[in-house]
Design a protein around this ligand. Sequence first.
Ligand code: IMP
Ligand code: MG
Length: 178
Amino acid sequence: MNNDIKRVAFTEVQIRKRVAELGAEISRDYKGKNPLLICILRGAVVFASDLLRAITIPAEIDFMALSSYGASTVSSGIVKIKKDIDVDLKDRHLIIVEDIIDSGLTLDYLSKYLENHKPASVKICTFLDKQESRKVDLKVDYIGFPVENEFVVGYGLDFAEKYRNLPYIGILKEEIYT
Ligand code: IMP
Ligand code: MG
C-alpha cells in the first residue's frame, strides 16, 4: 500500500464488482436508447472507462472539463467550462459520469447546462457520494459507494494531481493535506 494512505476504503476487487453491477443496471435501464456517457475530466476517467466496458448495450462516450470559479476553498457553484461536448446533445439520453459528488454544486450547474441543449434525458452516475456534504438538492441516479466526509484518492481521484493511478480507493493521511 502507498505510504500516504491511512486505510483502503474500497479494494480493486470490490470496485470491479460494483462497477459491473452499475453497468448491468444501466444496460437494463437504457436498452434501445444508445446513451451518451459524459465523462467529467480528469477524475472520472478511470471509472468511466471501466463503466463503459461494463455496459453491454450500444453506448457512446464524450468528455467535459470543468473548473470552479471564485474562492479557492469554498465551492462557489459558478463553473467554468474548459472543454465542452463535441457532439449534438439534442434528443440524446445523457449520463453524466463523475468521480465523486461533494457539495453537489458542480453537477447542479452542469445538469442545468446540459438540459438547455434539449436532450431526451439527463441522469447522474457517480462513483462515490459524500452525501453529508451536500449543499444543494441534487438527484443522483446511480451511486457506486457512499463515503464519509474524509479525503479519498485513487481510481482516478487525486490530491494535487497525485494518486490517480492507485487501483483502489484510499483514505489520505491527514498530515498529507493539512
Ligand atoms: P462539488 O460536488 O461541486 O463540491 O465538487 C466535487 C468535486 O470535488 C469532485 O469532482 C472532485 O474533483 C472534488 N472532490 C471532492 N471530494 C474529494 C475527495 O475526497 N477526493 C478527491 N477529490 C474530491
Ligand atoms: Mg472532479
